[in-house]
Ligand binder design. Structure first.
Ligand code: 9MR
Length: 362
């Protein structure tokens, strides 16, 4: 009996020592504590495996659910809610004192068709759409109010076609209601949680044509009194593009329109593709030492730009934990941790990049 008590005591002491060591271990979040939060998009595996959990707690102080809080996974049919995945992520954040970025309320992808169609498949009229949007947004925003500090309210509503006469993406949501659906989503989100910061989020946001369109849309929304607080720059870049100057110019442009910018989905792949489109190559170049170096340099260049704008950037989130988890597949070599969750050269480059600028006061 006595021996069992001693063993239990030793285990308890080891646990306390481990917890203390863990909380004092420094990571990206500590390196950037005077600049912005460092986030990561997670899947269910990341928050179930002990090694990955420890890595998340050591390196990051903001989390985004990669897929589990999107419209289709959370409400696959009207009024049928599936909260299991989102609840697990929210609980992981609550237990570990990590803030949660909400992603995303309205998107043309990963949204149940029920949201915008009648039983015969035709599009609903806009009053029906708004009522369905309102109910969905109130349900999810209300449920995670205590832990979610900001929401990507509308995702990717601007077209990729630089020559399009209309700047908006031609989605069923747009077809039903025009750009008003964007404004309504923000109104419903603000009603549901007056304290959350509300973002418009998009990719290829450093493209000069697209960034002007995004800035102009948000400026007009603000002029009309639509409750929008920030712009999310996804940042699915590659080792060639966009240039640091284009990223810098886009942040500068957005900073005249909003006072909160988040880099929401950062990864840098090693081929010439970029953006959030779901079609991409998996047969990336062989990872030579020089490619690895270029990859690290690109990350450093981006972080120098982010640091320069840390008066307006509150958070920089990596889209996935390691190359093994990446939506781009590990061949694209996009992140700071390799398939075995070990630091790559880019990790050190990111840590060093912060020394280049001093933070301005918010
Ligand atoms: O990483 C996500 C991937 O697992 C999903 O299959 C995909 C579905 O569309 O969405 C990915 O995340 C996207 C994010 O939610 C919005 N911006 C683009 C991201 C990459 O496609």
């Amino acid at each position: 009996m006595k021996q069992r008590t001693t063993t239990a005591l030793l285990l308890f002491l080891a646990f306390c020592a481990g917890a203390a060591a863990q909380s004092s271990r420094k990571g990206l979040k500590d390196a950037y504590k005077d600049y912005f939060w460092i986030g990561v998009a997670v899947n269910q595996r990341n928050i179930s495996d002990e090694t990955q959990k420890a890595l998340i707690c050591q390196e990051f102080n903001s989390i985004t659910a990669e897929n589990d809080m999107k419209p289709q996974p959370t409400e696959p049919e009207e009024g049928v809610y599936r909260w299991e995945g989102a609840d697990r992520i929210a609980n992981f954040c609550r237990q570990n004192g990590i803030r949660l970025r909400g992603h995303c309320l309205m998107w043309h992808n990963q949204i149940g068709r029920w949201m915008f169609t009648n039983p015969d498949g035709s599009l609903v009229d806009k009053e029906v759409l708004y009522e369905r949007m309102r109910r969905h947004i109130h349900a999810i925003v209300g449920r995670y109010k205590d832990i979610v500090y900001c929401w990507d309210v509308v995702n990717e509503a601007i077209t990729d076609d630089p020559n399009a006469a209309v700047p908006y993406r031609q989605s069923p949501l747009y077809e039903i209601a025009g750009e008003e659906f964007i404004e309504k989503a923000f109104e419903f989100a603000r009603e549901a949680d007056p304290d959350a910061l509300l973002f418009y989020n998009d990719y290829n946001e450093a493209d000069p044509v697209k960034s002007v369109r995004i800035a102009e849309m948000v400026r007009q929304m603000k002029e009309k009194g639509v409750p929008i607080d920030g712009i999310g720059m996804q940042g699915h870049y590659n080792i060639y593009e966009p240039s640091a100057q284009d990223v810098d110019a886009a942040i500068e442009r957005f900073s005249h329109v909003v006072s909160h910018i988040h880099v929401t989905e950062l990864d840098i792949r090693v081929n010439r593709e970029m953006g959030g489109q779901l079609k991409f190559k998996r047969d990336a170049a062989a990872i030579t030492d020089s490619i690895d170096r270029v990859h690290a340099d690109r990350y450093a260049a981006m972080f120098r730009v982010f640091c320069k704008h840390s008066d307006v950037i509150d958070c920089v989130t990596f889209w996935n934990l390691s190359d093994r988890d990446s939506w781009l597949s590990e061949q694209n070599y996009p992140l700071l941790f390799d398939r075995n969750y070990q630091k790559k050269r880019a990790y050190d480059a990111v840590i060093k990049a912060r020394k280049s600028y001093r933070k301005r006061r918010k």
